[in-house]
Design a protein. Structure first.
Length: 74
């Protein structure tokens, strides 16, 4: 039976295309991240992650390791 993906949503300080290019390789390469996107036009630079297994803390840590910040949006 297939497990449904979770969509995790965060406000970030990833504000520019340059910032996005810096985090892209890490998010693209992560085996447990199925899809992701960042809305740079949103005031909160919203990051959406689709994953079956990662949780909020995992994503915050991954982003923090790239010297950026994110907080979960509810």
């Amino acid at each position: 039976m297939e497990t449904n993906s979770n969509i995790l949503i965060f406000a970030t300080n990833i504000k520019t295309e340059k910032d996005k290019k810096l985090v892209s390789p890490v998010l693209n390469a992560h085996p447990k991240i199925e899809k992701w996107n960042i809305d740079l036009e949103d005031i909160d630079s919203v990051l959406r992650i689709e994953t079956k297994t990662l949780n909020t803390e995992d994503i915050i840590k991954i982003i923090a390791e790239q010297d950026y910040k994110c907080t979960e949006l509810s």
